[in-house]
Structure formats: structure tokens, C-alpha cells
Design a binder for this molecule. Structure first.
Ligand SMILES: Cc1cc2nc3c(=O)[nH]c(=O)nc-3n(C[C@H](O)[C@H](O)[C@H](O)COP(=O)(O)OP(=O)(O)OC[C@H]3O[C@@H](n4cnc5c(N)ncnc54)[C@H](O)[C@@H]3O)c2cc1C
Length: 426
């Protein structure tokens, strides 16, 4: 029997596509090669699933630096408010945390996965786990179905490819869909890691002197080879044994990747503003006043309570200030030097962890070849794409799952309508 719609991939985009297609009257088969569906969703948000973000649409789009504007139409059809309403309709209450991040009240990603799976089942979708797709079948210039890895063929009027990117492949996202897109005539823009920890060869990283040290509410800036500021992100970060991680580092990571490639240089300069709320002259005044009041104390002790203790010797070394020097022996120039490093602590990045270790894959199916209103391929009738396989990537904060749900909904709905339009022609 020929299905109306086959959806390949049971991540957030594929699950939502299955719900949308079946609620628009299609007979749907949902295939996933894994033993369970929604594996990446189940580990998302540190196991809590940052399911969407409460910000206004324009803000959502600003937080999707990888082609967020492409999502205007999709978000107007199924945006964050619809996602919240959808889950509330399934009895899953969401709560808002800092920066608009929305989580299930249960704090368990599995609540979200289970709710989606139950709904897919309830809507009569034929769910088939352990079904690895080897190829999408194209015949006479349109989609005809899929070929499974065991050689069986399943026929369908429309196929939705929701196979995700190439990051964290043990969840099933191994990039299979890119090949089928190419076979249909699509261009795949270069894939690269985004939202990924940054590496550095600097001695302070290699000696692990700062490993495990967290910095709260700092500002991290990425500079290009000509000394121009590329981006600044505010947030927390942590020093690791290979470099830096944490929200601010993840947000900056794609700029490091792109600048390394563009400049051809071995390193990219990052600076950390440890006191973004205070202008340099204010900070200088405060520091000097504190030191003056405790004039006999060594600078390393004055700085305790102002800076994390482990950072003090590193900072003094960078600023070339002796640890034991006291107020009377610190020149104005030295104070300025110290404040300069506190406002722009330098670290040279030499790369990032790999695409496999990234939270999100940058690049993907070229958006010029996709209709933003329907997620239909402009190359192959009956073929639809949704989720991370597209050349879309957002910052961490619920933006990627939002993009997956939104494009999934639009792809599923339109795949259903396309298959029905074929039936009515027959
Ligand atoms: C650790 C981690 C935490 C994250 N946390 C968040 C978060 O809290 N909020 C957020 O917005 N984003 C988060 N992300 C990103 C987000 O999870 C992804 O962007 C999202 O899951 C992409 O959804 P998708 O449906 O496109 O693909 P995926 O979720 O990658 O799903 C693809 C599915 O396709 C299946 N598949 C692949 N190839 C085949 C094949 N040949 N045959 C059959 N099936 C196949 C796979 O088995 C898989 O189930 C996180 C990512 C990671 C790695």
C-alpha cells in the first residue's frame, strides 16, 4: 500500500511533522533507525529539554544567527506560542526561566518525548523504530518512497526528511539525509560545528591551571585578524582542560570557527570582560580605593573578594605585576594595566571541539532551494525538509528545538496537502 507521507527521523522535527501531517488527514509512516525515537530530544537541555523560548518572534529570529530570517513564515504558522499551547493541550505545563527559556515543569526531557510519542500514536501514525532508511526513491521527476537498509521499499506520495545534522551521532543524527538531498539536486552548504566548546593551546589552558573555574556574567568578545570586534556575548563560562565552555563560549564558537577559516591564521583572539557592568575608570577608582584602605596588604590579597582566587596569579602574571607588591609601590600605569586585563583578559583560541561534539550542526540543505512557506524542495516535487538538516542554527536557549518544531509542523502539513492534491487529481 502506498502511504500519503513518509517521515524519516523521529526527532522533534519529524515527530511534529508526523503530528501535523496526520492531523491534516494524511496516512503517515514515521521511520527511525534507532531503537527509540527522540533520543537527542531526551538528552536536550541537560536532560530537562529547553523546549522553546518565550521571546517575541523578532527576538527569536535574532537568536537564530544561522539564517533565522528564513523562519519568518514558518514561525508565523507555528511559533513559540503555538508550541506552548500545543504542550499545554497535551497536559504538559511549561515554565519560563531566565532569558525566556521554557522547560517542562517536571524538569524532565522525557516528559516532552513521551507526550509527543503518545500524541503521534493517538493520531494513528504508523511508527517504525529500527527502520533505517538507505535512500529516498525518486521516479519520473518526483518522490516515490524510500528504500530501507534491508532492501525493502516503501512507497509514498510525499517524503519528509527530518534526519537532523551530524552532531552527537550516537543519538542517530549521522547526516544520512544530506546524501538524499544531493541526489534530488540540492546543494549542501559547508557543515561546521556550532554551539561547541572552544579550544586553546595557551599555557594557562594546557597546564590546566584554571580547569573547572567558572566565571559568572562575563562578556566574551571574538576579534578578527585585523583587530575588529566580531561579536560579544554576555553570560557564564567555564575553563576546561582543553579551553573554554559554558553559554558565552558556546555562543561565540561559530564566530571562532568562521574567523579561523577566513583568516587562515592559527589563532583567534578572545577577550573576557570580567566586569562588564563597570567602566574601566570606575573599576580603577574602586580598586585603588580598596588598596589605599588596606595599604599594607599585598595586591594578591587585595584582589581576593574581587576576583576568583585562582584567577589572581594568572591575571597578575599577564599584567606583569608582582604578587606581593603593596599600594605604595604600585604606579598609576600599573593600575591601568591591571584594569585593562580585567576588562579584556586575553585568550587565543585555536579551534573548537569537533562537529560530532557540537550541540548543533551549522550548514545544511541550501535554503534558496526550499520554499520557506511550505518547506518543500524546489528541486523535487513531493520532497520536504525540516529541522537541523536545513542550513539553520540557533544559539542555545530553546531556539533550535523551536526551529525544529516550527519547520516540522509546516513540512508535515504541506506534505499532507501535497499528497491529497495528487489523490484528487487521480
Ligand atoms: C546534548 C544536546 C542538548 C541540546 N539541548 C537543546 C535544548 O535544550 N534546546 C534546543 O533548542 N536545542 C537543543 N539541542 C539541539 C536540538 O536537540 C537539535 O537541534 C534538534 O534535536 C534537531 O532536531 P531534528 O528533528 O532536526 O533532528 P534529531 O533530533 O537529530 O533527530 C534526527 C532523527 O533522525 C533519525 N535518522 C537519522 N538518519 C536516519 C535514517 N537513515 N533512517 C531513519 N532514521 C534516521 C535519527 O535516529 C534521529 O532520531 C541540543 C543538542 C544536543 C546535542
Amino acid at each position: 500500500m502506498k502511504a500519503d507521507v513518509i517521515i524519516i527521523g523521529g526527532g522533534p522535527s519529524g515527530l511534529m511533522a508526523a503530528i501535523a501531517a496526520s492531523s491534516h488527514g494524511a496516512n503517515v509512516i514515521l521511520l527511525d533507525k534507532g531503537d527509540k525515537l527522540g533520543r537527542k530530544l531526551g538528552i536536550s537541555g541537560g536532560g530537562r529539554c529547553n523546549v522553546t523560548n518565550a521571546k517575541e518572534t523578532d527576538e527569536l529570529i535574532r537568536n537564530i544567527p544561522g539564517n533565522g530570517k528564513f523562519l519568518h513564515s514558518a514561525l508565523s504558522q507555528f511559533g513559540n506560542r503555538d508550541i506552548i499551547r500545543f504542550f499545554e493541550g497535551l497536559g504538559i505545563r511549561l515554565k519560563e526561566e531566565d532569558r525566556g527559556r521554557m522547560f517542562p515543569v517536571s524538569d524532565k526531557a522525557q516528559t516532552v518525548v513521551q507526550a509527543l510519542l503518545s500524541q503521534v500514536q493517538k493520531q494513528g501514525v504508523d511508527i517504525r523504530a529500527h527502520h533505517s532508511v538507505q535512500a529516498v526513491l525518486y521516479e519520473n521527476g518526483h518522490v516515490d518512497g524510500v528504500k530501507l537498509s534491508d532492501g525493502r521499499k516503501l512507497r509514498a506520495s510525499a517524503v519528509v526528511v527530518a534526519t537532523g545534522g551530524k552532531s552527537v551521532p550516537h543519538t542517530g543524527s549521522t547526516g544520512d539525509g544530506y546524501i538524499w538531498a544531493k541526489q534530488a539536486g540540492h546543494t549542501i552548504t559547508e557543515l561546521y560545528p556550532t554551539e561547541v566548546p572552544i579550544t586553546s593551546g595557551e599555557a594557562l589552558i594546557q597546564t590546566r591551571e584554571l580547569q573547572g573555574l567558572s566565571l559568572r556574567s562575563i562578556e566574551l568578545t571574538v576579534w578578527n585578524a585585523k583587530g575588529k570586534k566580531l561579536v560579544t556575548h554576555e553570560g557564564d563560562m567555564i575553563f576546561t582542560h582543553f579551553g573554554i565552555s559554558g553559554p558565552a563560549a558556546l555562543r561565540c564558537s561559530q564566530f571562532v570557527v568562521k574567523e579561523l577559516k577566513k583568516s587562515g591564521q592559527p589563532g583567534v583572539l578572545l577577550t573576557i570582560d570580567l566586569f562588564p557592568e563597570q567602566a574601566a575608570p570606575t573599576l580603577l577608582e574602586k580598586l585603588r580605593a580598596k588598596a589605599r584602605a588596606e595599604a599594607k596588604k599585598a595586591i594578591k590579597n587585595i584582589l581576593k573578594g574581587i576576583l576568583p582566587e585562582r584567577l589572581i596569579p594568572v591575571l597578575l602574571r599577564k599584567a606583569e605585576v608582582a604578587e606581593d607588591v603593596t599600594y605604595d609601590h604600585i604606579s598609576h600605569q600599573t593600575w591601568e594595566q591591571l584594569v585593562k586585563w580585567m576588562k579584556a583578559f586575553p585568550l587565543t583560541a585555536n579551534g573548537t571541539l569537533s562537529l560530532k561534539e557540537a550541540f548543533v550542526t551549522g550548514g545544511g540543505v541550501h535554503l534558496k532551494e526550499i520554499d520557506p512557506k511550505t518547506m518543500a524542495s524546489k528541486k523535487m516535487p513531493g520532497l520536504y525538509f525540516c529541522g537541523e538538516i536545513l542550513d539553520i542554527h540557533g544559539y542555545t536557549g530553546g531556539y533550535n528545538i523551536t526551529a525544529a518544531f516550527s519547520t516540522g509542523y509546516v513540512a508535515g502539513k504541506n506534505a499532507a496537502q501535497y499528497s491529497q492534491s495528487l489523490t484528487s487529481l487521480r
